[in-house]
Write a protein that binds this ligand. Structure first.
Ligand SMILES: NC(=O)c1ccc[n+]([C@@H]2O[C@H](COP(=O)([O-])OP(=O)(O)OC[C@H]3O[C@@H](n4cnc5c(N)ncnc54)[C@H](OP(=O)(O)O)[C@@H]3O)[C@@H](O)[C@H]2O)c1
Length: 339
């Protein structure tokens, strides 16, 4: 029998890691079409610190309006505690993983830093066999992002940031550069490109070379000593898992007909140059999908795609996990564990 309260990380104001408080919160009530998951691990992602901070990098009119307290987080792995009457696909005791309500929950509606989370059934998938909750929780947002950019968008919902539909490009026999290759999205992008038969050039800081080569990178560039955009030409695809205003520097590295996929597209102002060079620039806003996570579970279970875990922290120590993220130099993902 469940008590009505749980422990969660809540915040009552925007700010730095110090605003994250471990305290009692109501256990979410199940609505139609939902599954209540007892959380075992929570994967961290940049939208967690963007929201913690009030999405300060967005123009004020785009900043989400929230009602405090809020609970951050989207990615969980855990065990089904209960299902609503109309759910037949999952049963109590099933081990599951998911990215909850993204982007619809971007203003605090996903609520993953908690002992219990309710999840729309269509966003849930069985946890990959043979990997633990920590590794499963580390995968959803980063891996779905790489998958939706590179392999299969998987939906028809328009992207508010661009007028055209995103189309993944063929990878077999192509040369693909992954910038930010040791990060959450980047380390999966390297592996998906290799899996599809591309030659992969990975860009990261020098300490990450062995890690990204172990994921399949054929060549490595240390961005702290070498400017990739000055070294490389005639690439087929650049996945820029750093993105932002500097992403346009990669246009010159691409052949006519090539593509630049900035994972963080805000600030790109090279549209005219891209047109002149015959390069497609396209981005995706990652969306929750239980169907895609079920496919990805097979790749994870087979070891075709591996999850890099940089570090783990107890849920109650979410503040230290956010401080770890702020320091940078992470190798894969940061994960919270829940007792
Ligand atoms: N479009 C979407 O739906 C979507 C989805 C997920 C994420 N994102 C965005 O994608 C970006 C990456 O997300 P993530 O989860 O992969 O973050 P992450 O785990 O923090 O990875 C970012 C990586 O970029 C590296 N980096 C930083 N500056 C660099 C530079 N100048 N050159 C090369 N590498 C550099 C970092 O390495 P060091 O720390 O060693 O510098 C880190 O490994 C974020 O901006 C995030 O908001 C977008």
């Amino acid at each position: 029998m469940l008590t009505k309260t749980m422990k969660a990380i809540q915040q009552h104001t925007f700010g730095g890691p110090e605003v994250l408080c471990y305290e009692d919160a109501p256990i979410p009530e199940l609505a139609s079409g939902e599954v209540l998951v007892r959380v075992r691990a929570v994967g961290l992602n940049p939208p967690d610190w963007y929201l913690r901070d009030g999405y300060k990098m967005l123009p004020p009119e785009w900043q989400p309006k929230v009602t405090f307290p809020i609970i951050l987080g989207t990615d969980i792995s855990g065990v089904v505690e209960a299902v609503s009457e109309d759910v037949t696909a999952f049963s109590p005791g099933d081990e599951v993983y998911t990215m909850v309500r993204f982007p619809s929950g971007l203003a605090g509606g996903s609520q993953a830093y908690a002992e219990y989370v309710n999840v729309p059934v269509e966003e849930l998938a069985l946890k990959p066999a043979g990997i633990d909750h920590v590794h499963a929780a580390a995968a959803p947002m980063s891996l779905l992002t790489a998958w939706q950019f590179m392999i299969d968008l998987g939906h028809e919902v328009p992207n508010p940031l661009q007028p055209h539909k995103h189309e993944p490009v063929p990878l077999s026999g192509k040369t693909v550069l992954v910038n930010g290759a040791a990060g959450g999205v980047g380390h999966f992008a390297v592996q998906l490109a290799k899996w599809k038969g591309a030659r992969v050039i990975a860009v990261a800081s020098g300490a990450q070379e062995a890690f990204v080569r172990s994921l399949g990178a054929d060549e490595f560039i240390d961005y702290t000593t070498t400017k990739a955009e000055e070294q490389l030409r005639d690439l087929d695809l650049v996945i820029d898992a750093v993105g932002g205003p500097t992403t346009g520097r990669f246009l010159q590295t691409l052949k006519r007909g090539g593509a630049l996929f900035p994972v963080f597209p805000l600030g790109f102002d090279g549209k005219d140059e891209a047109e002149k060079l015959g390069v497609t620039v396209s981005s995706v806003q990652v969306r929750s999908s239980g169907t895609q996570l079920a496919k990805l579970a097979d790749l994870l279970a087979a070891g075709t795609v591996r999850v890099g875990v940089d570090s783990t922290f107890a849920l109650e120590d979410a503040k230290s996990a956010h401080e770890r993220a702020t320091r940078g130099g992470t190798q894969g993902k940061i994960v919270l564990t829940v007792r």
